[in-house]
Design a protein around this ligand. Structure first.
Ligand SMILES: Cc1ncc(COP(=O)(O)O)c(C=O)c1O
Length: 396
């Protein structure tokens, strides 16, 4: 209960969309920048501008370390995960290229690819994932052709939470000389990541989900050996080589045109520091326990179907369900209106995934996604509320 209003406290279970709450240090970092620092990064010689430039570089180093990228200059700050994915798809692909992707993907991969495909510039093979929601590496291998330039795959589905066999697919890609773009929007900050071990060339992710930064932040980690193959897609000021009208070739400036979102990046740095202090592996274990608790609670509810893996192994901390006879949208509205439990319903921008699950025509799923501040009593409350709603006749 909220002590001020006497109403149920807000239980936020939409962390896969954007994480909330953030660690206290994130709010402090954004506030401190806005009130005290107030200078652009890499564009001035006065004290605050130097402090800001150093802090942004420190953020770059810390995110690079988190994903196993040795050279921090190849860590690019972007607007969000979608922006990072677009940067690779539009910066890499040329006429006649072939791309392999899957039915697991979010629209932030599917739409840029479809855009180029319908313009007649590229061809795309979309491999299936079956009702289990996991791509078979053998299907990726079978789809490779001489013209294949890129494999673009999610590390984990934002609908089922299933973790994909990226390491095995990365090995196949490397052997075939094809580049691998990994959409780590749902795994960064939730699972330990090492892009070298996974054989990933481009790792695209949001800064505002598992990394706990503010909205308006994203990251793209580029394997140095793949960097030269990526063209600049947006040009403008960088604060370097100002007498040159061509975009600098050096990273990160090649891909960072215009002023950076400094308040967002400094908030993101505080989020990453929180992850380093608590340990990604430790947080992962805690969220696995809560996911197990959620799955166990849901297992006893009549008519409820859980998508994806039946255990919390090989899963990020999100669980999508349907309840027979109930519209997902109405269940989500009922959870908020009756219990202040906030979840996401619908197709979650992943239409092909829902076709594979057989949930497309019936309005998708109800998704519960956890963050580092989710508690066991939040999970109990969610299970209790779903049980109550599922046994009422309200929406039938
Ligand atoms: C799997 C996946 N990829 C990409 C995105 C896009 O991320 P962003 O909202 O940061 O653009 C999302 C967002 O929900 C996602 O779940």
């Amino acid at each position: 209960m909220c002590p001020d209003t006497g109403e149920p406290a807000r239980i936020y279970l939409d962390n896969a969309a954007t994480s909330w709450p953030k660690p206290e240090a994130v709010y402090i970092a954004v506030d401190h920048y806005q009130r005290q620092l107030g200078a652009p990064a890499g564009r001035g010689g006065y004290a605050e501008a130097i402090t800001v430039a150093q802090a942004v570089n420190d953020a770059r180093r810390k995110v690079a370390r988190l994903v196993g990228l040795a050279d921090p200059s190849h860590l690019i700050f972007t607007l969000n995960g979608t922006d990072s994915l677009n940067l690779v798809i539009h910066g890499l692909l040329g006429d006649g290229d072939h791309v392999i992707t899957s039915d697991v993907e979010h629209n932030s991969v599917l739409r840029p690819l479809t855009h180029l495909e319908t313009a007649g510039r590229i061809t795309v093979t979309r491999v299936g994932c079956g009702a289990g929601g996991v791509v078979d590496p053998a299907d990726i291998r079978a789809a490779i052709r001489p013209a294949t330039r890129l494999i673009a795959l999610s590390h984990a589905s934002n609908v089922t939470g299933a973790v994909q066999p990226i390491e095995a697919i990365g090995r196949i890609a490397r052997e075939a000389g094809v580049l691998l773009l990994c959409d780590a929007a749902q795994t960064i900050g939730h699972l330990p990541l090492d892009m070298e071990r996974l054989h990933v060339d481009f790792l695209a992710a949001s800064g505002h989900k598992g990394l706990l930064g503010p909205l308006g932040t994203g990251v793209l980690a580029i394997r140095p050996a793949a960097a030269a193959r990526l063209k600049s897609v947006r040009q403008g000021g960088t604060g370097t080589q100002s007498d040159e009208t061509r975009q600098p070739e050096q990273l990160p400036w090649k891909f960072e045109a215009g002023n950076l979102n400094v308040p967002g990046i400094l908030g993101l740095r505080a989020g990453v520091e929180f992850l380093a202090e608590r340990g990604v592996m430790e947080l992962h274990r805690e969220s696995q326990d809560l996911t197990t608790q959620l799955l166990a609670g849901f297992a006893g509810i009549k008519g409820l179907r859980v998508m994806g893996p039946s255990t919390s192994d090989q899963r990020v901390p999100l669980v999508s369900v349907t309840i027979e006879g109930y519209d997902p949208q109405e269940v989500a509205l009922g959870l908020d209106a009756g219990y202040r439990i906030q979840v996401r319903s619908g197709l979650h921008c992943a239409p092909a995934m829902h076709r594979s699950l057989g949930t497309h025509a019936s309005g998708g799923t109800i998704r519960f996604s956890l963050g580092p501040f989710t508690t066991a009593s939040d999970i109990d409350a969610a299970v209790g509320a779903v049980r109550e709603l599922a046994s009422s006749q309200m929406w039938i």
